[in-house]
Design a protein around this ligand. Sequence first.
Ligand SMILES: Nc1ncnc2c1ncn2[C@@H]1O[C@H](COP(=O)(O)OP(=O)(O)OP(=O)(O)O)[C@@H](O)[C@H]1O
Length: 350
Amino acid sequence: MQLSVQGIVRRFGPVAALGGVDLDVAEGEFLTILGPSGSGKTTLLKTIAGFEIPDEGTVLVGGEDVTLAPPRRRDVGMVFQNYALFPHMTVAQNIAFPLEMRRRPREEITRRVEEALRLVELQAFGQRLPRQLSGGQQQRVALARAVVFGPRLLLLDEPFGALDRKLRESLQLEVRRLQRNLRLTTIFITHDQEEALIMSDRIAVMDKGRIEQVGFPGDLYARPATRFVADFLGESNLLEGTAKGGGAELPGFGRVPLPSTQPDGPVTLLLRPEALRLGEEVEALPCRARGTVIDTVFLGLSAKLRLRLEGGPVVLARIPLRPSAPPPPAEGDSVTVGFSAEDVHVVPRT
Ligand SMILES: Nc1ncnc2c1ncn2[C@@H]1O[C@H](COP(=O)(O)OP(=O)(O)OP(=O)(O)O)[C@@H](O)[C@H]1O
């Protein structure tokens, strides 16, 4: 169901955990809230779920004002990082719990629990206790329990935080598949930007109790609206220069044409590491600099290099590696790097 959060403020003594948050999530959308520790993600989710009452603002679910409604009235499914299954109940009893609370008829409970077990591919595990399951399986039970009663919203707070990488990746796909099949409006919290980019229809980036930007993953990555978003999402080179007459003076690179008109004065340019080129192709590029390799990290399909530019800053470059290609430059090598003007994004000044 559609969710709308309007002007939410939540203070804890002198700390404003949420300093005026507005957010709209469309029906069936998967929206991720991404932000560093302490930025207010969990407080926002708890406010949506009804575990926190905001000092100011409104929460609307499907157009209904639920700001003051208790959690059980909101019909929201939740999964947290620590599995929080009832340890003395079997998997099937855990999944049945929200239906028992709602006093659903026995046959309906049996049918829905079976469906939910099938949904998370744990049909054979109904009679086990949580401690007889792996961490990933326990999270799938938590997920089944969160969706079994047909919630209006699904809220996920770092549900894969405690799992290893492989398991995380398979559960990411599983959650996405399940969410799409059920067309469930979902809000997902993570501080892992890669996870956010993989999973989300849209991402809201939070910092210090405020939403800095909401957008499609590709837009946020290519056109961040603030310096914080540019820095937090993906790897970045933030180059400080001086704009003048349609271009910018950049230390190391000299004069660089700008993709949009900018007022004269200080300017910050975002250049993603993969936009920085090395080798022969650089000769054809309009923006070039000479530098020395500080270090090279081999990453399988690509290599990441830190370079100190002559008369300029340290920059990060990521270059693709082909099996037959020569090895990437190593520590101490002199290199020329370059980029196309259209790969540059001017970070708005706030
Ligand atoms: N019950 C509380 N009492 C006092 N301060 C709180 C309380 N809950 C949260 N805070 C404060 O509010 C701010 C936001 O906390 P919140 O848990 O929402 O952040 P978060 O983005 O979820 O962080 P993390 O990623 O570490 O879970 C923090 O400064 C935190 O210390």
